[in-house]
Design a protein around this ligand. Sequence first.
Ligand code: GDP
Ligand code: MN
Length: 415
Amino acid sequence: MLFLPFLKQFDNYWENHFIMNLHEYQGKEILNNFGVEIQRGIVAKTPAEAVEAAKRLTIDTGTSWHVIKAQIHAGGRGKGGGVKLAKNLQEVEQIANQIIGMNLITPQTGDEGKKVNQVLITEDVYYPGDSEPNEFYISVLLNRATGKNMIMYSTEGGMDIETVAKKTPHLIFTEEIDPVMGILPFQTRRIAFNLGLSGKAFKQMTLFVTNLYTAYIKSDASLFEINPVLKTSDDRVIAVDAKVTLDDNALFRHKDYIALRDIREENPIEVEAKAAGLNYVDLNGNVGCMVNGAGLAMATMDLIKQAGGEPANFLDVGGSADAERVESAFKIILKDPNVKAILVNIFGGIVRCDRVAQGIIDAYKNIGTIDVPIIVRLQGTNADIAKELIDKSGLDVYSAVEFQEAADIVQEVLS
Ligand code: GDP
Ligand code: MN
């Protein structure tokens, strides 16, 4: 049973940590570079810039109407009032003024919402004469069950795909891509066919999907989600939205993508931890943990669950666990107001336990007041000496050598 929560935690860790989310405008730029037709736009940080952008777009695309789109790392912006149509330059200015700086709450931001720092001004690609614009959903992502990338697509674009999956699952199709062969013509034709297309639109869709898949592979992405993909009445196929997630372990191959990171959109404690060289993921529980090694950190989170707690974070301080790192780790953990206890679980292999214990004591004294109990479990070289150091330190720190002992103490301090 120890294994199940372990996997669940790992999922959380994986999903939050090895990815870098992009803004819509950045995702569209990548798509454009790979020949995917996009709804064209220009980013603006002020209403004046928005008007300039709109004028530019009218010259470049011939559009007379514009769409103002809040740029935040969350979907569902339309529903929250973050996507609006402007029919003249005055409206562009008004709407930009209203959206820039607003706290946008969407079904994906949580109740606290997200501050809008910039907007994308785009051409209007929904022709006024189009009584029924054709909106599709198309994404590329990894199917973890088979280990292959797949195209997931649906005729029901423009709305929340989770809702489509729940209410009309038969309207979601998938096409798995062989990693060696890549996407094949019969597959892109099948997609265009299932989307009900024919003639020029059919051809455009096969090109769209081929280029989209290439963009996904070449940029080392873990997700490209285009919702909606619009088919216009004159049979163009256009990416109207773009949610792109890159694999940040592959960023070394894409030096130019590193600048696309917008840390204003990320969890501030995680950003700070990253700067301190700590591997930290914020979770929702009440027991903070500090561990050396990712595997042990995962096992420690299981231990906390078994003891009746919930981990407040994942934190790998790395192999050395020296006094400086321990101190910055304590400071990071203590920023989370939900933390009711801290479990330190260190295995002394290369690093000696007594040195870690001394580091903990020094860090504790340096920080001054730590008003939650700390349970320290040190195992490995010189574990006994370490325990003695902690026990004699006179601080509010409980020591343990065995895993179970530590769990029991956690249970005790929580109750
Ligand atoms: P999301 O709500 O965060 O997914 O943002 P989207 O980029 O998907 O935009 C939301 C909705 O705005 C789309 O589903 C469209 O219905 C609408 N929209 C986007 N672009 C245009 C446009 O050029 N013209 C018009 N009239 N509507 C648009
Ligand atoms: Mn969308």
